[in-house]
Design a protein around this ligand. Sequence first.
Ligand SMILES: Cc1ncc(C[n+]2csc(CCOP(=O)(O)OP(=O)(O)O)c2C)c(N)n1
Ligand code: SF4
Ligand SMILES: [Mg+2]
Length: 299
Amino acid sequence: MHENLFKINEKEYILPGSRACQGCGLSIAYRYILKALRENTIVAIPPSCLCVLHGLYPNTSVTVPALNITFAGNAASASGIVAALTALNRPDITVLALSGDGGTYDIGIQSLSGAAERNTDFIFACYDNEAYMNTGTQRSGATPMGAVTTTTPVLTKKDHKKDFIRIMEAHNIPYIATVSPAYPIDLYEKFVKAKRIKGTRYIQIDTPCPPGWGYPAKDTVKIGKLAVETGIFPLLEIEDGKLRLTGRSNTLSVKGKRMPIIHYVERQMRFRKMSIEQLNQLQSWVDKRWNDFTNRADN
Ligand SMILES: Cc1ncc(C[n+]2csc(CCOP(=O)(O)OP(=O)(O)O)c2C)c(N)n1
Ligand code: SF4
Ligand SMILES: [Mg+2]
């Protein structure tokens, strides 16, 4: 079934006035995630911008129950919530562990790997703003090569982003997907689908961040679209090992033409110190990954 904007759940689960920055890609994504998962959802949150978005006790802008978890332990604590719900015979409640890239690629990887190995019945979603934003933009394992952060201030980040999709694939979990707030219907459909699947579901969300990436707040959707148009962030899903490109990425793989990565890079101040050599290396990295995915795709 394909949803369209008029079929998306009209109810809002995030009230006006959250503490996220203007133009925050995470807040757009989170709005659609909760619309897809609906009220019977418990969210586990590690220290991050999501924590800030939720607000300080006793005030919150979010209407579903949420627990603040330690940084390394989000997947472990969420596993505990799943176990408690099983004991209470409440299969109707979805557990969503939602971590930043720092809380997934780096600090949260061991508890996530353990939960995925056990095929814990939850959705683990990583909103990837490609740095430790809440503490002022330190580099993470998800920061792209060539970006300036407060811990790579002069020479930029030297290594490519970790390929977390492949790390999660190695766990043989039933469902993996990538989504972007710039494509809300694709995002909504994948979370609706994930809600129905049993076992560990991993969803990676590209969440552009105006202050951390250095672009005007009004351009979040534009930057998200450029990530897909250039192929640096392909939209895909992997179900029981079968990879499928979705939405705009599928169209691009069949008949479109990917834009060169320069169109994405030149709009973001974080790449202001990137050398031509690094730009070429990033383009090759994007091309190789894109070819790997399109060659494998079973659409
Ligand atoms: C063990 C531990 N180390 C460091 C911190 C400080 N800290 C809080 S939020 C944060 C950044 C989180 O980065 P990420 O997971 O990418 O989420 P984002 O802030 O980008 O949303 C850090 C380093 C902490 N709370 N606990
Ligand atoms: S720093 Fe970035 S991710 Fe964090 S609230 Fe602001 S826009 Fe969102
Ligand atoms: Mg982050």
